[in-house]
Design a protein around this ligand. Structure first.
Ligand code: HEM
Length: 470
């Protein structure tokens, strides 16, 4: 850990039990997280919004892995693996979803992501059978036609030398795969405009989370924001309601996530809608961004590209991977894992404390909001060698055993770990393998700027030209 008693982060203390670091039982106990004061009213917002990712790393460097921030909403930024492990796995009973997740209610409703543990359990148990290894393997097959459609489009672009946007195309693969896998519906149809609606939903959730703007701007005002929001609701709800009514009409509810929810008999129609919206919105953007970042890093590192090409050529012989073959692509998997280390699509997520607790070497008061920073923890120099360097070998050279639990958590952890983790990984391995067999990507710029809102994505896309491999 980088924080010592002399740093600003260790300056304050609270009462409490014996501190595991100081051993102090008397008044004082452990240090409390400290951080920059910021400006009156707006806190540190100006610096944060200039570059949220750089802001996170800057705070970590200056104050250590537990930093008190006022954005102006106060929270504690966590980049300490031990604390991450404690919150997600060791003592999750002391945490609720909290204030920041309330911003998600507008689009996701009271679904699997936003509910506190007591109400969440039945939802997760009902949906879980749609995510067994067998079911995920079946559903991941949807990634093959989705990627084939992309390869067909790319063949044209390779012939003409047209510049394409990999980020947009990756989102298309993800949207098509997830729509089919979760709802049995192809959401990549342009006429449906789902991708646009999902992007607006994500912006609205972010704005309401960070600023609470929904409370300040009445929704009847005909602002662009309100018009976009209404349209996005109409599209997303239309998709979900269409699936629910057509399944009920046909009498065949299906065995996928939608089918499990409809057949349970335990949930209200509103619960079912909220869970389906949550699954879709949580699954499409994230997987699309992970694919975009992986292709971007492969294009930037010729030695990595060669390793992936060698592996997919040897194992797949020109075909799409089968379920078994997906397990025989350790290099491809490690490249995806490393891309999600440097660019975790869910770059941070919150929890609120129910009771005071000693977290690692810090005392934290009840009702404090913690923001667990995947991004900052994944780049914590204390636990990662050359933390900003893209090197997938670290995921297959045995060094994972030397890193503390909680140092890598792109899918969260503990009982609230992402339910779509295996589906996302199977989709990503399929798409990366199929693309690497056919095309080499040349970026038009050596690096791209990052946007970090609800998710972390290439702010202006990833522009590139393509070459068919002979
Ligand atoms: C690369 C892709 C993905 C990433 C990086 C990702 C990341 C995450 C993370 C970090 C969490 C934990 C949030 C928390 O604990 O507060 C989470 C939860 C969740 N994710 Fe994903 N996710 C991905 C793909 C998916 C997919 C494909 C689906 C849909 C099948 C999905 C559905 C969900 C749901 C429903 C939850 C809430 C789970 C619960 O609390 O029971 N995600 N995801």
């Amino acid at each position: 850990m980088t924080l010592t008693q002399d740093t600003p982060g260790a300056a304050g203390t609270t009462g409490g039990g014996a501190c595991p670091v100081t051993g102090n039982r008397a008044a004082g106990g452990c240090p409390v997280p400290h951080g920059p004061k910021g400006l009156p009213v707006i806190g540190v917002a100006p610096t944060y919004f200039k570059d949220p990712a750089a802001f996170t790393l800057g705070l970590q460097q200056q104050y250590g892995p537990m930093v008190s921030v006022n954005l102006p909403k106060p929270y504690v930024l966590v980049t300490d693996p031990e604390v991450v492990e404690h919150v997600t796995k060791t003592n999750p009973d002391n945490y609720r979803r909290g204030e920041l997740y309330k911003g998600f209610l507008g689009f996701m409703g009271k679904g699997m992501l936003t509910l506190n543990d007591a109400e969440w359990r039945p939802h997760r148990s009902i949906v879980a059978p749609a995510f067994t290894i067998r079911r995920v393997n079946e559903k991941a097959e949807e990634a093959v036609p989705a990627t084939e459609a992309l390869l067909a489009r790319w063949a044209g672009a390779a012939r003409t030398g047209a510049v394409i946007d990999i980020a947009e195309d990756a989102m298309n693969v993800s949207t098509r795969t997830m729509g089919k896998a979760l709802l049995g519906r192809d959401l990549s149809e342009a006429a449906l405009d789902y991708a646009n609606a999902a992007a607006i939903a994500s912006k609205v959730m972010y704005t309401t989370t960070i600023f609470g703007l929904n409370e300040l701007l009445p929704s009847f005002l005909p602002t662009r924001y309100n018009r976009d929001k209404k349209k996005a609701h109409r599209i997303i709800d239309g998709v979900i309601d269409g699936v629910i009514s057509s399944r009920r009409r046909s009498g065949d509810l299906g065995t996928d996530a939608a089918g499990k929810l409809l057949a349970s008999g335990e949930l209200t129609d509103q619960d079912i809608r909220d869970d389906l919206r949550t699954l879709l919105l949580a699954g499409t953007d994230t997987t699309g961004q992970a694919l975009a970042w992986t292709l971007y890093e492969i294009a930037r590192h010729p030695w990595v590209r060669e390793e992936v090409e060698e592996e997919v050529d040897r194992v797949l012989g020109g075909h799409a991977p089968t379920t078994e073959q997906r397990g025989e692509l350790p290099v491809t998997r490690s490249v995806i894992e490393e891309a999600m280390r440097l660019h975790p699509p869910v770059w941070q997520f919150p929890r609120d404390l129910i009771e005071d607790e000693q977290l690692g070497r810090w005392d934290v008061k009840k009702d404090t909001t913690l923001v667990l920073s995947t991004y900052g923890t994944h780049r914590n120099a204390e636990h990662w060698r050359d933390p900003h360097t893209f090197d997938p070998r670290r995921f297959r050279d045995g060094s994972a055993k030397e890193r503390p639990a909680g140092s890598y958590f792109p899918f969260g952890g503990g009982r609230r770990q992402c339910i779509g983790k295996n589906l996302a990984m199977a989709t990503l391995i399929t798409a990366v393998a199929m693309i690497s067999q056919r095309f080499r990507i040349s970026l038009t710029a050596s690096s791209v700027p990052t946007a970090a809102f609800i998710t972390m994505y290439p702010a202006e896309g990833v522009h590139a030209t393509l070459r068919e491999r002979s």
